[in-house]
Design a protein. Structure first.
Length: 233
């Protein structure tokens, strides 16, 4: 039997899969990440941590019209697998192969080519401002890790989002996969938030409610630990 991953040549194919099929796709992607990176190396942990997130993004939004800005962009491997680069994936980070980061020259689905942390919110805000000036209605989604919140440029963007654009989507992916242990007040606050009894009780109640809905459930094993922050205002 063919893998669902082998049937995905572009993001539109992701939208055609059922929730059960998406769950199988997530498992196949994890296997491909492990086997592929065993050859050339790469950022395995961060990408294993965004499998369901990336599938959900492509199931809901439509690139290249909608824009995904990744911070850091070495968590883009799953995105590459779902945007027409599956057959070249095992050339990643090798001479003549595909990049280990987002690369605008590599794919129309990569709208911003930054590598390491701190730039996503500012870049996404600039894209939103240009969209608003044009009067178009595409979505702009910034995916940021918790370590990116300690960058000054991130705070500058947060300060400007509210009065620059009325529609801005950010996803805070608190995966604890920083290059080094995160320290400081923000890291402590996020840890206190997710370990607070009220937060965990609310998460469990929400999951229980959704599971009782007809044909509902957390797509691909989605868990409420991953926090989301949406809209500028």
């Amino acid at each position: 039997m063919n893998r669902y991953l082998d049937m995905v040549d572009n993001p539109t194919h992701v939208k055609k899969l059922t929730l059960d099929q998406l769950q199988l796709l997530a498992g196949e992607i994890r296997t491909e990440l492990i086997n592929g990176l065993a050859k050339n190396g790469g950022h395995l942990g961060p990408n294993l941590g965004v499998v369901e997130l990336t599938i959900a993004l492509h199931h809901v939004f439509s690139t290249p019209r909608d824009k995904f800005v990744w911070d850091v962009s070495h968590q883009i491997y799953v995105h590459k697998l779902l945007t027409g680069r599956r057959n070249r994936f095992r050339t990643i980070r090798s001479t003549g192969g595909i990049s280990g980061f987002a690369m605008r020259s590599e794919s129309e689905h990569d709208c911003y080519g930054a590598a390491h942390a701190g730039t996503a919110l500012s870049a996404a805000l600039g894209i939103c401002a240009a969209r608003d000036q044009r009067g178009s209605d595409e979505n702009v989604v910034a995916v940021i890790g918790d370590a990116a919140l300690t960058n000054g440029i991130t705070f500058e963007a947060l300060n400007n989002i509210g009065h620059t654009t009325k529609r801005f989507i950010a996803i805070l992916n608190d995966n604890e996969w920083g290059i080094a242990k995160n320290v400081g007040a923000i890291s402590n606050y996020l840890n206190k938030l997710i370990t607070h009894p009220s937060y965990n009780r609310l998460s469990k109640d929400l999951e229980s409610f959704i599971r009782r809905l007809p044909k509902a459930g957390w797509p691909c094993g989605w868990r409420t630990r991953r926090r989301k922050v949406s809209r500028g205002r």
